[in-house]
Design a protein. Sequence first.
Length: 381
Amino acid sequence: MNADFRILEVRLPESADGPPPPVVRAAEEMDVEHQMALLGHRDLATPAESAFPQWIDQRTYRKIYFAAVPTSVDGEPGRAAEVLGIGAMLLPLTDNVNNVITWVMVRAAHRHLGLGSALVTAIKERARQEQRSVLQGWVEGREPQAGEEALVPPTQSGALAVDASARFAQRHGFQLEQVERHSTLHLPVPVEAPGRSPDEQLEAWCEEARGKAGADYRLLQWQDTTPEQYLEAMAALYQRMSVDVPSGGLAIEEENWDAERVRLIDERLEKARRGYVQTVVEHVPTGQLVAFTLIVAPHGQPYAFQEETLVHGDHRGKRLGLWVKAANLQYLGRVLPGVERIHTWNADENGYMLSINVRMGFRVASLEGAWQAKLETPLST
């Protein structure tokens, strides 16, 4: 290991009542540095005050963090500037218990010095100790230019430029399993007919979808808190989504969801200083919820994130995806009119959802690779 730094496991407080510790501040700084270089803005960089409660929440995932610090630093880093790199491990507790979700960040001025490799080594060693054999991570990338070396996943959908991040992942045994598109919608939505306003366009999409869906379906909407009577139904949708959406070659098992896990979403978003608007579709004859979409909006910011969208496989072909997305944009405009742009992510092979997003005005901003490494037999305990 380079004599100028060492890797330590970071101890975090159990409560988020105080200010974020230096390692969380450092993560924000590194993320801002990366996002500004890649996208020219910091919309995707989570502020430390919002991230801190999520870092220490050990419920659905057990979380372990490593930091690269100068050898001159004794014990835990006392300032964010003393943290040169960070590695994170999220260990699912209720399902997918062979997996670890991981990420590594290194300050630009300290790259190519072995810090990232040392962090990955620490993560792999700990994963084996924890009897976990699959590492998964998502890394931003870009489309290859003409004549540039490209990396194509097993899905044969999408391609990433073989840049420094891709080479780093490959060097450490990770394989590209899927390409996701990060797209941005700058509001208002574009119109499809001369003289039509954006509000009229959203209503036209809703009317189109309602006409296809028919009287057996109706919309429900709520903000920030899932109504008690829909917790179990939303749990069923989230569980279905864990195996219904395209996942490429990633080793993903069906997740276990219940009402409490849905409540945790609301709680975590509130602690992260984020609100949301949600639109769902109810199948009237059965009372089941069969489609939903969610837009999450950081408090006081001009940007938001279109997160999960699902149409249950038994109810596809009725334009329910178009309906929930258009209706949720209407809802967003009513309750959070300050939002100017929305970011979203879709698997490159998810042509149906991508076609809806493109129609609504989303345009590709960057790409993201889903990477996976399978470790040797975990260490015995």
